[in-house]
Design a protein. Structure first.
Length: 297
């Protein structure tokens, strides 16, 4: 499967000011970020050395955590002064090797937060715990969060969600819900005791041959639906994310779907130099597609 498909593209709209709007695009397997504003004749490269593991549109801009580091960056808007440091804050080293941690950005109570899933004892294969920080953009630092009050966070790679538990009786406050497919796909982590609990009931009559998991137990709970909302692929298809262990279509059918999806997305030619393209080994799809202005997208 070609990894330069638009399926692996992420995009968001940023409104840095009432008179400024931009579409920002970044890629899963390429350390590249591009953007375009109304009136631009093409896409402009704004970063050639950033590979993001998680992102959050916040306050008109785009923020992200680097894949191989502990850095939280302001991805967009790019500072006018090239010497300005784009690093907003760094996750503490004591949480362990960045490659053994998972980072999740979210907005809660009007502030940006980052949740770090890491080992209790750093650089081991022991138990996992969760540490939450509030991002202080003015002071450019992370502030440890010890209580969420009546808030509950739903965490996933695609989307994170903050809800009020008092409005949702079956949801526990001061807790983090993780949507991770596996043996226990929906787990809750109460901050008060620091232990993971499964919220999923297993069925004794699963149909593994047809891709149905033992965790496909109906009726699904509110936590199941909120966890699925945080996973874009299943939510947009009307599926529960922990209901099936694989999709029934064959690889050839999946490839046809990806090709059809790519044909509906048109990215205008990049405004850059050949040297910059070689620097990031940019896939051909971005430099060869037909031109189209932002106003037509």
């Amino acid at each position: 499967m070609a990894m330069d498909s638009f399926v692996w593209m992420n995009a968001t709209v940023c409104v840095a000011s009432p008179s400024s709007i931009a579409v920002v695009i970044w890629f899963l397997n390429t350390p590249l970020v591009i953007c375009a504003q109304p009136g631009d004749k093409g896409w402009k490269i704004i970063h050639t050395d950033i590979q993001l593991s998680n992102t959050l549109p916040f306050d008109g801009g785009l923020y992200g955590v680097t894949r191989v580091g502990r850095q939280l960056l302001q991805v967009y808007p790019v500072p006018d002064d090239p010497h300005t440091n784009a690093v907003v804050a760094e996750v503490p080293k004591e949480l362990g090797d960045p490659e053994s941690c998972l980072y999740y950005l979210m907005e809660s109570m009007g502030a940006m937060h980052v949740d770090v899933l890491h080992r209790v004892v750093r650089d081991t294969f022991g138990p996992v715990t969760s540490t939450i920080f509030r991002v202080d953009l003015r002071r450019r630092e992370l502030v440890r969060v010890t209580s969420l009050g009546d808030r509950a966070l739903f965490i996933s790679r695609d989307r994170c969600l903050s809800v009020l538990s008092r409005d949702l009786p079956s949801i526990s406050g001061n807790s983090v819900y993780f949507a991770r497919p596996g043996e226990d796909p929906v787990e809750v982590y109460p901050l008060c005791d620091g232990s993971f609990e499964s919220t999923v009931t297993a069925s004794q009559s699963s149909d593994i041959r047809n891709g149905v998991l033992p965790t496909s137990v109906r009726p699904f709970t509110l936590a199941d639906h909120l966890a699925t909302y945080c996973r874009h692929r299943e939510w947009t298809r009307g599926l529960m994310f922990h209901e099936h262990c694989y999709m029934r279509p064959t690889w050839s059918e999946l490839w046809k779907r990806m090709t059809a999806q790519d044909s509906e997305v048109v990215v205008s030619r990049l405004r850059t130099t050949e040297r910059e393209l070689k620097k990031v080994e940019l896939p051909d799809l971005l430099s060869s597609v037909s031109a189209r202005t932002l106003s037509q997208v």
